[in-house]
Design a protein around this ligand. Structure first.
Ligand code: GLA
Length: 734
């Protein structure tokens, strides 16, 4: 054995046995390794993906494990699912790739390894790329495709990555849902056949199914134990994840851009870069997979992922389209008085020829409606300054209404099929702008740029997107490239986002798309957070935020206290429960404060002060999910623990309300067994403290026994509530 190169976190090792030379490429993060067999002239194979592997074990892999092609291509093994399928310039449908070389390069905190491949016959090239982080256990995999054939090659299938998942009893956990019910968790055993999780919305790609999955390798999923592989496709557009369980009993996982209605004509020398698939392995169950992804997200993927978020009031559920200077001023005053730090004016502030009174006009006309706001944005900024809060604003830049000055001026800027009237969206008049068109890209960038130039005090933008691509037709792309529409839209959009971020790196931007339509790691590098759902009902949020937390950290999950009865479900939930749920994410409010009683405002003021205390723990800590609402045991619970394990916040929410219903005891997790933690309840509503209040327990006791949580709140009878919840702060003795 001869070692030819060793870099921190990455190893290239060559082993010789007689005339045969097999070279292993090891891609490693602190606790994960991916091993590929990479011999020049042969097809690269995956030998191993799991916990960080010792060099001595790497040497045995080739001879002892089943090797799978690292990137199955179509044409020379037709019955299997493939990652890449093309039609060459001469009409040949097949590919046969061999390794021509490997290379590495160092990036900030990561090493990129590239396996370079070429077709044995055609001048068609494929790079398999792997980025291994050195401070987070994530490997990102993607491809670069290129050719020098005489005429264009058509890409018919172009996954980002392929991974063989071990044989046998493997379970998949994935999210699905719909408007108002995003992030629902489904967990099921992988069975023979093909499972496809995909999106074709064109604009929003996480309302229904999500582009992230977790595989539990040892059967039925557990939050705390067992081996897990988590995967997240980092792409803002249409995607497709496939898991094929073969007659060989392996589960073959493919992830990438959804190629349906998207054949891509690749010109000579053009490089087609696929989006990254982020992979992580954990032996600490599903929560372990989440912690790995969250850490990577905070450090590398989410905009400003290590900056604590402000506590805000958003105007939407408080006033809807009824915007005016006085009303905004009053809301700013109210949120400031409760200790909030930011006010966000939602939809309804713009349009002059066509003022935005409801959802059927004005998108595209991003000029202040001076009827509603005679003093314009300056008046609002003045109010914000007076009340000592920051100011944010809502826009929906990718869209127009047919009732708008923009559409009158640029009817050629919208997506629509030739010879046909467009299918219309929200309000019966909404259309999607053609982001493939550079003039539209400039328009969208200039909207943000102009706002920020004129009003540099704007601190936050809520970037919404409320329509699917309902019309296949770009008025910009040539007839021969209509198949590029979905891809070109997202490339155009990403270009705009890159320009915005290059110029305004510290601006807080929320990704909203009819609620949770843009919870995705293709979006998040440009956004600080996303709106989890338009549904703010606290009980349903327990379920949605639970699911969403599988893949996304709390700092990115906008979670607002709203009114009772709730505007989406009509359910009346006590303020305590609404606060206790909202505090488990990025806390905000979405309510008309002037309709709150003084007592309610005082409760929120205290909760906001306490949230400031726990904000670093929730927003930067490690998540430990303890009791799943999806297990229907009557309660749900999770906690966040700081990296130093000196502080933690424990959340517990009842999810069912039956007399004498027994609830399970919850054992804590993630604490230091040796340390002593003092328990303090936050958002207390009872006169009498919990029996555990102020007491000190070892981490071991809390993790082995857990605490006795009363099933209900001991209130005076007229205050008695069906809902019960607890937030406990645990502080370790210094
Ligand atoms: C979408 C968003 C909401 C709100 C409205 C405004 O539905 O999800 O939060 O901003 O648009 O029209």
């Amino acid at each position: 054995m001869k070692q030819i190169m060793k870099l921190s976190g990455w190893v290239l090792a060559a082993c010789c046995s007689g005339a045969l030379m097999a070279q292993n490429v090891v891609v490693s993060t602190p606790h994960n390794s991916l091993v590929l067999k990479a011999k020049e002239g042969e097809t690269p194979k995956v030998l191993y993906y799991g916990g960080r592997i010792a060099e001595s074990d790497v040497q045995n892999l080739s001879a002892t494990v089943v090797a799978h092609n690292a990137f199955p291509v179509y044409g020379m093994n037709c019955p299997s699912e493939s990652a890449l399928a093309v039609t060459h310039a001469d009409g040949n449908y097949s590919l046969d790739m061999m390794l021509t070389g490997t290379s590495t390069r160092e990036e900030n905190n990561a090493t990129v390894t590239v396996l370079e491949m070429k077709d044995r016959v055609y001048p068609f090239y494929l790079n398999l790329c792997y980025r291994a982080y050195q401070d987070a256990d994530v490997i990102e995999a993607w491809t670069e495709i290129r050719h020098t054939e005489k005429k264009p090659v058509v890409l018919r299938q172009f996954a980002s990555a392929y991974l063989p998942i071990r044989r046998g009893n493997v379970w998949i956990s994935h999210l699905s849902g719909s408007w108002g019910n995003e992030g629902c968790l489904t967990q099921e055993a992988l069975t023979p056949g093909l499972q496809v999780i995909k999106n074709r919305d064109g604009v929003r790609n996480s309302h229904s199914d999500h582009a992230e999955v977790m595989f539990s390798l040892e059967g039925q999923p557990s939050e705390t134990n067992g081996e897990v592989i988590a995967a997240a496709l980092c792409y803002s557009g249409n995607y497709k994840l496939r898991v094929e369980t073969h007659d060989d009993d392996y589960h073959h996982f493919f992830a990438g851009i959804n190629e349906e209605h998207s054949p891509y004509t690749l010109k000579k020398d053009e490089i087609f870069v696929t989006p990254e698939l982020a992979l992580t392995y954990s032996s600490e169950g599903l929560s372990g997979g989440s912690r790995n992804l969250h850490r990577w997200a905070r450090l590398h993927k989410l905009a400003n992922g290590t900056t604590l978020r402000k506590i805000l009031l958003n105007s939407w559920e408080g006033v809807y389209f009824d915007i005016n200077q006085e009303g905004m001023d009053q809301m700013m005053k109210d949120i400031a008085s409760m200790g909030g730090e930011l006010f966000v004016m939602d939809d309804g502030w713009f349009g002059q020829k066509y003022p935005r009174k409801t959802d059927n006009s004005s998108l595209g006309d991003w000029i202040v409606d001076t009827e509603k706001l005679p003093e314009g944005i300056n008046g609002l900024l003045r109010s914000a300054r007076n009340h000592g809060v920051k100011f944010g604003i809502w826009i929906e830049p990718e869209m127009a209404n047919t009732v708008s000055e923009l559409y009158e001026k640029h009817p050629d800027w919208i997506l629509k099929a030739p010879e046909r009237d467009p299918v219309l969206g929200r309000g019966g008049t909404q259309v999607v702008l053609d982001l493939a068109n550079p003039a539209v890209q400039d328009f969208v960038f200039n909207l943000v740029d102009t706002l920020m130039n004129r009003y540099p005090e704007i601190d936050y933008i809520k970037w919404d997107a409320n329509m699917s691509v309902m019309n296949h037709g770009s008025q910009y792309l040539p007839a021969t490239e209509q198949g590029h529409l979905f891809i070109a839209y997202h490339r155009g959009l990403e270009q705009v986002w890159k320009r915005v971020r290059a110029k305004y790196p510290r601006l807080t931007i929320q990704a909203c798309a009819s609620g949770g339509g843009r919870a995705n790691y293709g979006v998040l590098p440009y956004f600080d957070e996303f709106w989890v759902s338009d549904n703010t009902d606290a009980l349903q949020r327990v379920y949605m935020q639970w699911g969403t937390s599988y893949f996304f950290p709390a700092i990115a999950m906008a979670s607002h206290i709203s009114a009772a009865p709730n505007h989406q479900t009509g359910r009346t939930i006590p303020l305590k429960y609404r606060i206790d749920v909202a505090m488990s994410g990025r806390l905000g409010m979405e309510i008309q404060p002037k309709h709150m009683t003084d007592e309610e405002k005082e409760f929120c003021r205290k909760a906001i002060a306490d949230y400031k205390r726990i904000r670093p723990i929730v927003q930067q800590g490690d998540i430990y999910r303890l009791l799943s609402p999806y297990d229907r045991q009557g309660a749900a619970s999770l906690m966040y623990v700081t990296e130093r394990k000196d502080e933690a916040v424990f959340f517990w929410w009842k999810t069912e309300h039956f007399v004498n219903q027994h609830l399970p005891r919850v054992r804590m997790s993630g604490l230091d067994p040796q340390r002593l933690y003092t328990v303090r309840e936050l958002n207390r509503v009872e006169k009498y403290p919990l029996a555990v209040e102020g007491r000190t327990f070892t981490g071991r006791y809390l993790m082995e026994q857990g605490l006795e949580i009363p099933y209900s709140h001991r209130m005076e009878s007229h205050k008695q509530m069906g809902y019960s919840s607890r937030v406990l702060l645990l502080e370790a003795a210094k």
